[in-house]
Ligand binder design. Structure first.
Ligand SMILES: [Zn+2]
Length: 131
């Protein structure tokens, strides 16, 4: 599902895309300048491998997703570190976004239910606890 960014205005445009057992839905809304806000929700189950016991399991996914899409290259002039995806052809490909979100989830530290329930399990934050 591709959406032309120029068609997005102040009124939120709803979207919904699916892949296997995942649903990604939400809306796109014009923000300011060349920026479009995407607010969505990722829900479903993701087959993955436990990083502790290497067992295959289905990870339940329920995540809020929020970032900006820039129509064209984005210059971060004030140095604010907001999440921005650049759309070079004036379009946003929602199936592609869903695929990359799924890849991101798969590359994280996912523990199966038994391992998450075990007492010595400690949650590892994907981003900054590994040095
Ligand atoms: Zn496990």
């Amino acid at each position: 599902m591709k959406i032309s960014l120029r068609k997005i205005g102040k009124t939120p445009s709803d979207f919904e895309v699916e892949s296997d057992k995942m649903t990604f839905k939400g809306y796109l809304e014009y923000h300011s300048g060349k920026l479009i806000l995407l607010k969505g929700h990722l829900e479903g189950t993701l087959p993955c491998e436990c990083y502790l016991c290497a067992k295959d399991f289905d990870l339940p996914v329920d995540e809020a997703i929020e970032f900006f899409i820039s129509d064209g290259l984005y210059k971060d002039e004030d140095g604010s570190m907001i999440d921005i995806i650049e759309a070079v052809d004036g379009q946003v490909d929602l199936d592609e976004l869903l695929r990359s979100e799924i890849e991101l989830l798969k590359s994280g530290y996912n523990a199966c239910e038994e391992c998450s329930d075990s007492e010595d399990f400690e949650y590892i934050d994907d981003d900054d606890s590994i040095e």
